[in-house]
Ligand binder design. Structure first.
Ligand SMILES: *[C@@H]1O[C@H](CO)[C@@H](O)[C@H](O)[C@H]1NC(C)=O
Ligand SMILES: *[C@@H]1O[C@H](CO)[C@@H](O)[C@H](O)[C@H]1NC(C)=O
Ligand SMILES: *[C@@H]1O[C@H](CO)[C@@H](O)[C@H](O)[C@H]1NC(C)=O
Length: 620
């Protein structure tokens, strides 16, 4: 237990008598203020307008002052100098994504493509600085306008990348002065994406693509998503389509998709499993995604099978004859191509083939595997991928004995899980619905706090006036410790036009399967490591209890906050909810990384506090 938090917090119980004595006085003072302060009404339950007691503000200010004094006193007593604001990184770091330094990976001995994989263990740069925004960075347009038009100065892309006629989804891009426009919805330029989506629907036997949901297709993993136009179309059909693509230094598909307000994550099919449990997605889509599916004995295809739910679809679009060495279309009589052989072995059936598109369906019948030939790819041992966090790829079939083996066509309609579905996840309906109730009211409160006014000298008390909507667009939200996904559910109920990346920290209870089964997106993540995304890709970060959770781990809190700053768009928001000790610590760190920050006291006698922060738009 040599963790950062532990050291800081343990100071209170430190051995040196004079310091302890001073601290005891301060703690008493704080306690006294807390008692006096708690006599004013709850900051969160004042729905009916009541006059703001000035005394409340004074006490709060006094309390904050006392807390600051306490921290300064402590750092003095430790002989440490006052912590200063961190500086900005150099211009070369504007689009910095840690863990993907190819030259460093090569130096470390990774080869055969593994140098392009995520390697956080290689060379963690200890130079702590704030990733700066490009010179001509502008706040993105609000959703949905921002889906179709982005500022070209916000993303790293070369002129050649605009002009290269890549896949169908890439050709939909036009450059207008300092903007990039994607004409996907109105069909002004090409109607390719709509036609393509309709074609896929027809190939799996549906009347049109608006029937996807009814047919059990809610979540789609889109591998190598071009610039996100197919995903944008699926999102308009109320599907959760998440783009996954390898790290790219320029013209990144993931950076563009996120800039458009579409779910995306950096991830690659190289040598490790994706950070998802088995049986996660209803459809996996690859249109010219550059992966050779039948190489290495099909180990990459087996990974797709792992994350695909029973009855789910694998859609592959690739120019015929160019299906990387296999040519499913051009078969010799009675001789199976490697792709045909592989898909049979993993119990997929080829549903349809049209033009350059092939669709396979994973079996709904877990007995299918028993009826294969002896030499076929074996089944994995039970429970091997419970917490699959970048584990090496395996050549065995996962999930066949899981309680979550439920064909997508058999799922109950709507996003609300039934009691029996909750039981599969070991969750009691009472707990689940109580959690949702808590998040409904928490979201209303958060939303009313997200206004720059709360940082003014006369903070608006939440609930006193009609809550203002946030001045800035909020579209990409990350819940850094998502639990059951309650915040996501509350956002949906409130019909806010956001999507949530639900992150389940490793070593916390693995609720990711429950989150995904609600039709949300999410990912497992170790918060002692950088998150696989580009800088400035989230508008709001939320973390409930994460700091307390991390207090038992030996990673640095300042690095976590720097990483949050990297992910956050200028003028983006951070909402942290935690125990008072962790929040005071967070407040100090927030100052170091130049966030505006304010502690909100819930004043219901609990030791929970909120810290609402806004990243400044540092103009140079
Ligand atoms: C990547 O690694 C190389 C070699 O170790 C190093 O010189 C370079 O500064 C690193 N780049 C970044 C962006 O950290
Ligand atoms: C799925 O539904 C079909 C038809 O209603 C039923 O025959 C089958 O047993 C169900 N499968 C599972 C695993 O519940
Ligand atoms: C106080 O409010 C917070 C947030 O609504 C809640 O999580 C906590 O349980 C409450 N504490 C008590 C003692 O009621």
């Amino acid at each position: 237990m040599r963790s950062f938090w532990f050291n800081k917090l343990s100071v209170i119980f430190g051995p040196r008598p004079p310091v302890s004595w001073l601290l005891l006085c301060l703690v008493s003072l704080l306690a006294l203020i807390a008692v006096l302060g708690s006599s004013s009404s709850n900051a969160f339950d004042s729905v009916t307008p009541t006059p703001v007691p000035d005394i409340y503000l004074n006490y709060r200010r006094l309390k904050e002052q006392a807390a600051v004094d306490y921290l300064e006193l402590r750092s003095l007593s430790l002989g440490a100098s006052r912590q200063r604001e961190l500086g900005l990184c150099g211009k070369e770091r504007e689009n910095y994504v840690p863990c993907y330094n190819v030259s460093a990976n090569l130096l470390a001995g990774f080869k055969d493509g593994e140098e392009f994989d995520r390697h956080c263990e290689v060379l963690r740069d200890r130079n702590r600085c704030l990733v700066r925004s490009p010179k001509d960075y502008k706040s993105p347009l609000r959703w949905p306008a921002g889906r179709d038009v982005i500022w070209s100065g916000n993303v790293k892309i070369t002129k050649d990348q605009f002009l290269s006629s890549g896949s169908m989804t890439k050709r939909l891009m036009l450059l207008e002065e300092n903007q990039i426009a994607f004409h996907s919805e109105d069909g002004l330029i090409f109607d390719g994406v709509k036609d393509y989506s309709r074609q896929i629907a027809e190939m799996i036997g549906l009347g049109s693509d608006s029937d996807f949901l009814q047919a059990g297709v809610r979540t789609v993993l889109d591998i190598g998503c071009g610039f996100g136009s197919f995903g944008a179309h699926l999102v308009s059909l109320k599907l959760m389509a998440v783009c996954i693509a390898a790290y790219e230094a320029t013209g990144s598909q993931v950076q563009l998709a996120l800039e458009r307000g579409l779910p995306a994550i950096i991830g690659s099919f190289i040598s490790r499993q994706l950070p998802y449990p088995s049986l996660s997605f209803d459809m996996v889509h690859c249109a010219q995604c550059g992966i050779v599916w039948d190489k290495k004995d099909g180990i990459l295809l087996i990974e797709v099978d792992r994350v695909l739910k029973p009855g789910g679809y694998f859609v592959l679009t690739s120019p015929s004859g160019k299906l990387h060495g296999t040519a499913v279309g051009k078969r010799k009589r009675n001789v199976l191509t490697p792709m045909e052989e592989l898909t049979q072995e993993i119990c997929w059936s080829l549903l349809a083939q049209q033009d350059e598109t092939f669709i396979w369906q994973k079996t709904v019948d877990s007995d299918c595997y028993a009826s294969r030939k002896q030499s076929a790819i074996p089944l994995c041992k039970e429970g091997h991928d419970v917490q699959s966090y970048y584990q090496p790829l395996v050549s065995c079939i996962s999930g066949t004995s899981s309680k979550r083996w439920i064909p997508i066509q058999n799922r109950s309609a709507g996003s609300q899980l039934s009691a029996s579905e909750l039981e599969v996840h070991g969750v009691l309906p009472d707990n689940f619905f109580e959690d949702l109730r808590v998040w409904r009211s928490a979201l209303k409160n958060y939303w009313s706090l997200l206004t720059p006014l709360i940082f003014s000298d006369h903070p608006k008390r939440p609930g006193n006036e009609d809550p203002l909507p946030p001045f800035n667009m909020i579209r990409n939200v990350m819940d850094m410790n998502a639990h059951y996904g309650g915040l996501n559910a509350a956002f949906l109920e409130e019909k806010k036009s956001v999507w949530v990346m639900n992150v389940v920290p490793i070593r916390a209870r693995n609720t990711l399967p429950l989150i995904l089964d609600q039709g949300f997106t999410g990912i497992l993540h170790d918060w002692c490591e950088p998150f696989p995304t580009y800088p400035r890709t989230y508008d709001m970060l939320h973390a409930n209890g994460l700091l307390s959770h991390l207090s038992s781990e030996s990673c640095s809190a300042i690095d976590l906050f720097l990483e949050m700053d990297r992910m956050l768009r200028p003028e983006g928001w951070v909402v942290l909810s935690d125990k008072v000790g962790a929040i005071e610590m967070a407040r100090m760190l927030a100052t170091q990384i130049r966030w505006e920050a304010r502690v909100i006291d819930l004043q219901n006698g609990s030791d929970q506090r909120l810290l609402v922060c806004q990243k400044q738009f540092i103009k140079k």
